[in-house]
Design a protein around this ligand. Structure first.
Ligand SMILES: [Zn+2]
Length: 178
């Protein structure tokens, strides 16, 4: 954690960082799995080590379900997840992130297209909000998109326009964000 971050904690969050979180989810106080009390804890306390530079999470004191927070805030990154759902969310997000990391679509386009594929609003289209079923749907959709893109064009400068045309032809609803 750098010097700037160390001035903040979930109890003394950055007002600027909070103002930048779009559609913040409510802060959990009761566990959605076991109805146990949820408290704010440091990663070191929960997992034995810090997993990010903002090492804070909401944590069920009964069943250990947890969810991280947006950096420098006390706003949850999603809904409380047990160990299995946390694993599924991480696993299924990896191929989705490849979509923009490899330049297939922009990040905004990828989220917009995924939201349409899942039939959910863009505001709710975050892996931290998904149940296992939507995670797995997102994973297989992302893999199809990435595998297909490699078949279309290998010329990096025109990969994206070509892929967009292909995706539309093949029933992927690709829209740009305004
Ligand atoms: Zn619980």
């Amino acid at each position: 954690m750098d010097e700037l971050n160390s001035n903040y904690s979930p109890r003394f969050p950055s007002k600027l960082a909070i103002s930048k979180v779009i559609n913040p989810l409510p802060k959990p106080t009761v566990c959605r799995y076991c109805s146990g009390p949820v408290k704010i804890a440091n990663h070191c306390e929960i997992y034995g080590r810090a997993y990010s530079s903002w090492p804070w999470a909401y944590f069920c004191t009964v069943c250990s379900a947890s969810v991280g927070m947006h950096p420098l805030t006390d706003i949850p990154l999603g809904t409380l997840a047990d160990a299995n759902l946390r694993r599924i969310r991480r696993k299924c997000k990896t191929p989705f992130e490849k979509i923009w990391r490899e330049g297939v679509l922009t990040r905004s386009e990828a989220y917009s297209a995924l939201a349409q594929h899942l039939g959910i609003s863009l505001e709710m289209c975050h892996f931290g909000y998904f149940d296992a079923e939507n995670c797995l749907k997102a994973e297989s959709w992302s893999k199809i998109l990435i595998n297909s893109s490699s078949l279309i064009s290998t010329t990096s400068q025109n990969l994206r326009p070509n892929l967009r045309e292909w995706a539309i032809r093949n029933g992927f609803k690709v829209t740009s964000l305004k």
